[in-house]
Ligand binder design. Structure first.
Ligand code: ADP
Length: 499
């Protein structure tokens, strides 16, 4: 079946990018519209307040001016002004436009039609206002809906008290505010369209580096895994994203190379015994004469089959462990007793290799751990120690309780590991080149991978220090203790020799 070309995901990536740009631009426009509306309302409010206080000041001046032009004689208002001066005549006519004069009891003495249309205050209200001697301000409306600002108050004329009120139309103010509102609303769509264009442009510019990043990421394939995206040097979120991306690429590259190496190693490991078996059987077929010779060839082939089986079993177990399919069977156990048991099992091979086995273990060390896996861990470390320690050397297994966790140490006086290999010995199939064990055999290179996995699965870790020619020490940290025993620390316990 033919695979579909990879253009589809790229397409969807692009449309998503476009949608993001669109959303950014829309957000910008909405924000801008909100700001414009709030600013417009504030302006409108300020304009209305300014105009209204201006009108109030003018009306106050009119009120004082009226008092200058008005005399009241025999309860009748008489206007004094130069009738030949058209300007003054016009001014007084305007003042009289909305005018009311009443006596202190509220009886109307004169009222213009303009004021009548707004409605005259009832007599008792007028009486009150004269008595209070406070200026009276009100916004009144006539039947046509025209609004007026009215200023009233008591006035004294020839020892008698009167009530006078005049008004000034507010329609002009309303017209100015209305015109402002209209112009503002008319200009707003234009501003919003400009904002939309700018928003689209800026969103596009802001997203360009992301687009670059996506494009470069799209070009990465298994052959260009070493490719890294250069930082822009702006130390911003995008640089952080590039950093994260690059470190993800580095991890991917390492794991890809490891897996490639692993595949190569597995093929190699399986091929070597297979080639041996084939060689032995072919030679036997061609040259063997006696039953004894056949038997020998089959025996050798069987040993290699055994080795092959071991590799496959270990690999299976390790891949199960690393893929999370092998889970720990935790139980309550005594770590000190477990260590002593395993050490005892290695007594015979240690004797055979003329290596002394020493232990330094506490009385007991209750813990919650997987017995089988911990036995495997210690066995691997011990068998390595025996393999790489020449005759006459010593191996010490110690169990300490430090900082609330158990520390298992396996220290030998063997050949040691050169520093440049220390970081790799926990990798699968890794063996220190040129190093052969005491029996002259090559190990599988899987033992320490197990040790590392078992320590990790218990929430702990494993460390190694080594001096070539002097010896190696593996320290396994296991945070599995049930109770932290109080002093005295097991370190103080006298060394227990098991040779
Ligand atoms: P192997 O089956 O080869 O022992 P391991 O994974 O257990 O595989 O160990 C990896 C390599 O680390 C070994 O091949 C050996 O070179 C080195 N090594 C492990 N333990 C020791 C030790 N105690 N002393 C010296 N070298 C060691």
């Amino acid at each position: 079946m033919k695979r579909k070309p990879q253009s589809e995901p790229k397409q969807s990536g692009w449309s998503m990018f476009r949608a993001l740009r669109f959303r950014l631009a829309v957000t910008y426009v909405i924000f801008f519209a909100l700001v414009l509306s709030v600013v417009g309302l504030l302006f409108r409010e300020t304009l209305a307040t300014t105009l209204s206080s201006h009108t109030r000041a003018l009306l106050e001046e009119d009120f004082v001016a009226v008092k200058g032009y008005l005399r009241i004689e025999r309860r009748q208002p008489i206007w004094f002004y130069d009738k030949d001066d058209p300007e003054e005549a016009f001014f007084v006519e305007r003042l009289k436009d909305v005018f009311l004069l009443a006596d202190k009891d509220g009886k109307v003495l004169e009222v213009t039609n303009g004021f009548l249309a707004l409605g005259v205050e009832p007599p008792d209200r007028i009486q009150q206002m004269v008595a209070s001697q406070k200026p009276y301000w009100a916004i009144r409306e006539n039947a046509r809906g025209d609004k007026y600002l009215v200023r009233g108050g008591g006035i004294d004329e020839k020892r008698a008290q009167y009530f006078m009120a005049i008004g000034r139309p507010l329609s002009e103010n309303e017209a100015i505010v209305g015109e402002f509102t209209l112009k503002y609303v008319a200009v707003m769509p234009l501003l919003l369209v400009t904002a939309a264009i700018l928003g689209w442009f800026f969103a596009g510019r802001a997203l360009r580096p992301v687009n670059d990043l996506a494009e470069r990421a799209g070009r990465i394939s298994e052959t260009t895994l070493a490719m890294r995206i250069p930082k822009r040097g702006s130390n911003d979120e995008l640089d952080h994203l590039i950093d994260t991306f690059n470190s993800m690429m580095a991890r991917l590259e390492t794991s890809f190379l490891q897996s490639r190496q692993f595949n190569a190693d597995v093929s190699h490991e399986l091929r070597t015994p297979l080639t041996c078996i084939r060689g032995q059987l072919e030679v036997a077929l061609l040259t063997a004469k006696s039953e004894e010779q056949y038997r020998e060839a089959i025996q050798e082939a069987l040993e290699d089959v055994e080795r092959l089986g071991q590799i496959v079993k270990s690999l299976l177990l390790l891949s199960q462990a690393e893929s999370g399919h092998l889970t720990l069977q935790r139980m309550t156990l005594d770590l000190a007793a477990l260590a002593a048991d395993v050490v005892e099992q290695f007594q015979i091979p240690a004797d055979a290799a003329s290596v002394r086995l020493l232990t330094r273990l506490p009385e007991n060390c209750p813990a919650e751990a997987d017995r089988v896996q911990l036995e495997r861990l210690l066995s691997n470390l011990l068998s390595n120690a025996i393999k790489y320690t020449p005759a006459g050397g010593a191996i010490t297994v110690a169990l300490d309780i430090l900082d609330g966790e158990a520390r298992l140490t396996v220290e030998d006086t063997g050949v040691g590991i050169p520093e440049e290999h220390l970081g790799q010995i926990f990798n699968r199939f890794y063996r220190v080149p040129g190093q052969v064990d005491s029996a002259g055999e090559r190990g599988l290179g899987l033992g320490l991978s197990f040790v590392a996995w078992i320590a990790k699965a218990h929430g702990g870790s494993v460390e190694v220090t080594s001096t070539p020619g002097k010896g190696t020490r593996f320290t396994v940290r296991l945070p599995v203790l049930l109770v932290t025993p109080a002093a005295p620390e097991p370190r103080e316990a006298p060394a227990h020799h098991m040779t």
